[in-house]
Design a protein around this ligand. Sequence first.
Ligand code: F6P
Length: 368
Amino acid sequence: RKKIAIMTSGGDSPGMNGVVRACVRMAIHMGCDAYCVYEGYEGLVRGGDLIRKMEWYDVRGWLSEGGTLIGTARCMAFYERPGRLTAAKNLILNGIDALIICGGDGSLTGADRFRQEWPSLLDELVATGELQAEQTHAYRHLNIVGLVGSIDNDLSGTDATIGCYSALSRICYAVDLIEATASSHSRAFVVEVMGRHCGWLALMAGVATGADFIFIPEKPSEANWREEMCNIVHQHRALGKRKTIVIIAEGALDRQGSKITPTMVKDLLADKDGLGLDTRITTLGHVQRGGTAVAYDRMLATLQGVEAVKAVLEATPETKTCFIAITENKIIRKPLMEAVIDTKRVSKAIDQQDFDLAMSLRDHEFAE
Ligand code: F6P
């Protein structure tokens, strides 16, 4: 019987439990044994009871649970070859040669490297007497398939990463709540959302809530961003708007590559010689990442989990490490490393035209 292991890695995202449930059940449905590696790469390195066989009912009710029930961790040991050697040994001792990993691009890149190194890891394990040659014969290839779990929606080649719509919904809900109190007091709020390198959440939240101004890492603000923002906010106020919402991604930058912080924006809005708005900062933080997945993420997790098991069973030594994407509503397999390279090259955040269109609907754009 084929043994397939599933693990979650990197920052958790809503929908990861749906992925584990789908992979475990699909693996069993396909006549395989399903394993979970607990605590991400840490579990691969430490082995023991962190690699557990799963049964159909072990994942009952997991679709509606937030976070990842099998844990995740940032594992320094896996960055070093000795850690990966131990990980390879643990997999072989458990009889596992197929791995499905749900995580961000960093975790998936680590997986691709592991797969490429696999034959040399086995050779070294045999040469050093850690394993007998015959123990490794059935495991000459490690099949790996990735699923993209990230609230940031930060991988090229897929329309949505698992978790991004849950985080976006939570942000919109929070901004709606903030708007009520902002409007009551005629206040301004600077809302900081996650996205260290990717502004998709900030941008889409801005679009979905009709924010007055947005800062994202991919579209560094012009040198005159201060004047531009104050001017727009001033126009909105002059048109009778009682609330001001500025959404800023964690990784927001100006043209010089310097960080734009919520405090800088707040001080500007509050400046007595300028707008003089009573301004507060709300940092949404990990509220965005925790909690249960919205329907879309559950659906994505399930359909992609099923496809990942099929992909790992069909993989040959020649197949490049793939990940499961959704494009134009189709669940498809794509080469992982091309998407990773593309992500570094192009900005996934949004098409400039879409950005301009969304921004053009703000109050000041309508002149009677
Ligand atoms: O999950 C990705 C992400 O949300 C980033 O946008 C954010 O910068 C980061 O995780 C923060 O995560 P942590 O607090 O776990 O380092």
